[in-house]
Structures are given as C-alpha cells and as structure tokens.
Design a protein. Structure first.
Length: 361
C-alpha cells in the first residue's frame, strides 16, 4: 500500500481552533489540490474526533473526477475509513449518510449500532495501530490510502513509519495562539535529509516530503517473476502453489517455488536456501512472494515469517494475502510489527488465485 498523509495548519502549527464553527485554513487553490489527491486514492481515513467536530462527508464533488473513477471500474467516491476508541459515532453523520462508497470503522470492540451503516473491524480489545489498519485495508483491496488526520491519527502513522508521503500546507496569513483558541497542533519531526518539494499554492506554503520512494514498478516486476515461478509447482490438495524471489543486498537474485526440493518446503525457504548456499548477504535484503509469508507451520519448526526475521530482511513484498483455508495467517502484521517494510499488491491477487485454482474446484 502507498500511504499519503495530508494536513493544513496555521502559521503556528494549529490544525483547528476551539471555536464551535469549523476553522477554514486552506485556500480554494489548496482545497482543489487536496480534492484531486483524494480522487487519486482508493480510500480516505480520518479520526473519529474529526467526524464529531467537523462532520465531513468525504465525497468527491467534481463530476469529472467521479466519472473518471467509474470508467476505471471504481465506485464514484473513495472508500471512507475512521478509527474510534470510544465508539461514540452517530449513524447520522455525513460520513455514513452521504456519497457512494464503502465505509469502514476500526474500533477496539464491536459496534453493533453501526453495523447497518458501515463495516466494523474490531481489534478485539487490543490498541488500534496503523499497522493493523493498513493490513486489514489491504486485505480488502485498498492499494492507496489518503490520511487526513486529526493530529493523533497523523502522529500514529508517522510514529509507526506507516507513511510514504507527507503533504503539509501552511497558511502564513493565519495564526492562532493558545490565548486565541488554538488547539490540536501538528508539527512533524522529520530527519533533515528527508527529500522535500516546496511550492506556493494560492497563498499556501506547501511542503511535500518523500518518506519512502515509490518502488511500485520494481516491485511488480519481481512479483510477476515470483508468480511465474509458482507455476512450476505441482498442484497438491493441501498446499498453495507459491513462488518467491530473493534480491540480496548485493543485487543477486535467487528464485524458488513450493516443494521444489522437499515436500515440506515453502517457496520462501527454497529461495533463501539458494541465497545462503551462494553466501549472499540477506541482512537488508528483499523477498518477493506471490502469497503472504506464513506465520504458522505444522510441517516445519519455523514459519516463513520467522525465517525472514531471523535473516534480517528489510523488505517483504507479496501479491495475495493468504486465504483462511488451512490456517489463519498473520504474516504481514507480524512482519510489520517487527519493523519490516511490507508491501502488498492486491491488483495481482486474481492471478495468484488462478494459479491455485485446483484448491477451489
């Protein structure tokens, strides 16, 4: 998933004021740019406090933008997402009542009162994390996420390193001090060498930082190679046909597929074994798999996720989340919680399912 964080602040860093009416920080030109970005993403995420205070609809007002999404086979409005710990959300909010979009509410517990207006995803009492949210949205086909805050949500994604781009628009003509009702400050602390593009837009000073470079083209190329490798696997009734590609720290490439040398080996094991045999450096390496690395094994003492962590891989890229057919896999979340950069590309999922069609006949 590619994740963009976006915020507009006053000259002294405030996202909002304590006044009952909504504080308008952006100029019309900046708003137009934000709406264009919304249309370019699969989903928009805001916090529950933003819904309660501002009651945004989060819909696309531009008919051309809506038509362009429909022509791509998408719903007219991007999917709407919110996070809540208290569950205090009225079903009458514009988030639920306006627009043509799927709606997801992430909560620490079930919210039956919202089940008729949204899909509620519970963390079963665990604190909500950006890693959990991203993982669950990817499972539902979200490839590009636009996060608009508030400050706690933006801080959550930044602190967990779950953001690729940060867009911060500053209105130099608007200033709020604590004595003037200012609240909810947002002042991101980024390394000084973070690449940044600056522009002026309708009086706004807009800075866009690249936190992680876009590797989509390279990732898709290696994933297609992994999927091609998976076709070499002989179909079996109790296992998936999976292919994997290891790109070592020195750039060397090693491929493997399920059961290539052993009836209990997964594709990741096969590719890693070849890399180790060639004395390749795996700390900081990347592994590409047609399916989510497993987190539970019955036939081996170590899961593929544990194998990846033990060898110090820095990136894991896969196409399809493992279906809940044999076990309930948590590989992606486990790897993210360990600090690994995990990328999923749901657009290739149908191709992986086709390779494994023998399991659904």
């Amino acid at each position: 998933m590619r994740i963009t964080l976006s915020a507009a602040v006053t000259a002294d860093g405030y996202l909002d004021s304590c006044a009952p009416e909504r504080l308008i920080i952006s100029t019309p030109e900046d708003w137009a740019a934000v709406h264009a970005l919304r249309a370019d993403h699969d989903a928009i995420l805001v916090g529950a406090e933003t819904l309660r205070c501002d009651d945004p609809a989060l819909v696309l007002r531009d008919p051309q933008a809506r038509l362009a999404r429909i022509e791509k086979g998408l719903r007219p409005d991007p999917t709407k997402v919110t996070l809540t710990r208290s569950g205090r959300l009225s079903p009458g909010l514009h988030f639920f009542t306006q627009g043509e979009a799927d709606r997801y509410v992430f909560s620490t517990h079930e919210l039956p009162e919202l089940s008729s207006v949204a899909t509620v995803i519970s963390s079963n009492g665990e604190p909500l994390t950006a890693r959990f949210v991203v993982t669950e949205l990817e499972k539902r086909g979200i490839g590009r996420l636009f996060v608009e805050g508030g400050s706690r949500i933006l801080g959550l994604f930044l602190s967990e390193r779950m953001a690729d781009t940060l867009r911060l628009a500053v209105n130099p003509a608007l200033r709020l001090g604590p004595g003037q009702g200012g609240r909810a400050r947002f002042e991101p602390r980024l390394p000084a060498d973070t690449p940044c593009r600056e522009e002026r837009l309708g009086g706004m000073e807009v800075r866009t930082w690249t936190l992680h470079p876009d590797t989509t083209e390279e990732d898709l190329a290696y994933l297609r190679l992994a999927i091609s490798e998976s076709r070499r696997c002989t179909p079996a009734p109790t296992s998936y046909r999976v292919g994997a590609v290891v790109v070592a720290a020195d750039g060397r490439v090693f491929k493997g597929y399920t059961h290539e040398t052993s009836p209990t080996h997964h594709a990741e094991q096969e590719a890693v074994a070849k890399a180790l045999q060639a004395c390749a450096e795996l700390r900081g390496a990347a592994i590409y798999s047609s399916m989510e690395p497993c987190s539970t094994r019955a036939s081996e003492p170590e899961s593929c996720s544990q194998l990846i962590l033990r060898h110090g891989f820095s990136r894991v890229v896969f196409a399809l989340y493992e279906p809940d057919r044999f076990v309930c896999c948590r590989g992606a979340l486990l790897l993210r919680e360990a600090g690994v950069d995990v990328r999923a590309y749901p657009s290739l999922g149908e191709e992986v399912l086709a390779v494994n069609a023998h399991l659904w006949r």
